[in-house]
Ligand binder design. Structure first.
Ligand code: PMP
Ligand code: GLU
Length: 400
């Protein structure tokens, strides 16, 4: 029946992260003891004061109707204030903010609004799975610049300079990065900003959704640099730092003409984000950040634990991620190895082998533009992580 569907959807890849999560869920449903390290999803509960704010907003009875398309005014003001006070983006005002149904939706709005057929978008690779598919859906052409394990997977300003063409419309990166956990320093971003400013009408999409999970203690927002506000769309959201994945609230801060375009776009697609979830988001951004800081500390502890265990597995090569909750080890040493009916040709095969034999779900690096790697999410309990890494080590030791 595929020919009854649009080329648009037939040509789209399924989200590899969500596909692996679905597979792990199905196996768990069959009673198999799967440890899921595939989905980038905090294992913590949304902090209590945020839950309470949502409940109170239901009791107030004021938030059941369609919300303003770009988000409630007080939430947009609180976001703009946070961007000015914390991120030093002094130009940020409520009118620059558009609240959407998760940052994924924010990114979809941006590319649908900005790209014409054939426009190029430079993606700093390894990159989050959805960027390339959304760009293609919007008619754009993804152009990858690649970081390597040796430079902490961070592509450079020089690499960016080399791929710019007349058709380059935008660049996109995440920092802290999904899938590598790498964090761009202020100096690295300044160098990137200089390249961007050297070309007319080139925009930056800065995905800062892991801002609150950063072990360097330093988060730099490119929109705060001189001359960059008019060139930058800052993307952020509540899913990661406040453990609010299911509430589906994300936002952008963009130059006014882009914010207005995104508002128009979502006026036709969703009519704006859920009212109650926006009230929860307001409590998150303007309330106590203690719980987020506690979660960050817990992730750091887990990073140390997983790092030690990964270093103890012969054949695995890893860098030290500085943020988010992912490891992105190079597993190419196992390619060409076999055991029983399993022949490991690539990272996809290795993930399947680990899923079936170690009952641990990971995601292939191929989905993130790095086919020598796999992604391991350590947003799981220490006990689960210890058991998972033990199983992975044993399964890998069987390969020869
Ligand atoms: N950007 C990055 C880098 C992500 O990892 C995610 C993960 N979900 C998103 C954006 C989208 O987040 P959400 O839609 O849950 O706000
Ligand atoms: N961003 C998370 C991940 O990379 C959640 C799943 C998704 O939206 O892709 O696993």
């Amino acid at each position: 029946m595929n020919n009854l569907l649009s080329d648009r959807i037939n040509q789209m890849e399924e989200s590899a992260t969500l596909a692996m999560a679905k597979k792990a869920r199905e196996l768990k449903g069959q009673g198999i003891d799967i440890i899921s390290l595939s989905l980038g999803e905090p294992d913590f509960k949304t902090p209590k004061h945020i839950q309470e704010a949502a409940k109170a907003s239901i009791d107030e009875g004021k938030y059941f109707a369609y919300p303003p398309v770009a988000g409630y005014q007080d939430l947009r003001e609180a976001i703009a204030k946070k961007l000015r006070d914390v991120n030093h983006i002094s130009e940020a005002k409520a009118e620059n903010i558009v609240v959407s149904t998760g940052a994924k939706h924010s990114i979809a709005n941006i590319f649908m609004c900005m790209l014409n057929e054939g426009d190029e978008v430079v993606i700093f690779s390894p990159y989050w799975v959805s960027y390339a598919e959304i760009i293609k859906l919007a008619g754009g052409v993804p152009v990858l610049i690649e970081g390597t394990l040796e430079n902490n997977f961070k592509a450079t300003a020089q690499q960016l300079k080399e791929v710019l063409t007349d058709k380059t419309k935008a660049i996109i990166y995440s920092s802290p990065c999904n899938p590598t956990g790498s964090v761009f320093s202020k100096e690295e971003l300044e160098a990137i900003a200089e390249v961007v400013k050297s070309k007319e009408d080139l925009f930056v999409i800065a995905d800062e959704i892991y801002e609150l999970i950063n072990f360097t203690g330093k988060h730099a927002s490119i929109a705060a640099f001189p001359g960059m506000f008019e060139r930058t769309i800052t993307v952020n959201g509540f899913s990661k730092g406040y453990a609010m994945t299911g509430w589906r609230v994300g936002y952008i801060c963009a130059p006014l003409f882009i914010a207005k375009a995104c508002e128009k776009m979502q006026g036709q697609f969703t009519s704006g984000g859920t009212g109650i979830a926006q009230r929860a988001a307001l409590a998150a951004i303007s309330g106590d950040h203690g719980p987020s800081q506690e979660m960050e500390k817990a992730y750091f502890k887990r990073r140390e634990l997983v790092l030690e265990m990964l270093r103890d597995i012969p054949g695995i090569k890893t860098h030290v991620p500085e943020g988010a909750f992912y490891f992105f080890p190079d597993v190419s040493a196992f390619f060409g190895k076999t055991v029983g009916d399993y022949k490991i040709e690539n990272a996809d095969d290795l993930c399947l082998y680990i899923l079936e034999k170690a009952n641990v779900s990971l995601v292939t690096g191929a989905a993130f533009g790095a086919p020598d790697c796999v992604r391991l999410s350590y947003a799981a309990s220490e006990d689960e992580l210890k058991e998972a890494l033990k199983r992975i080590k044993e399964a890998l030791a069987k390969l020869s």
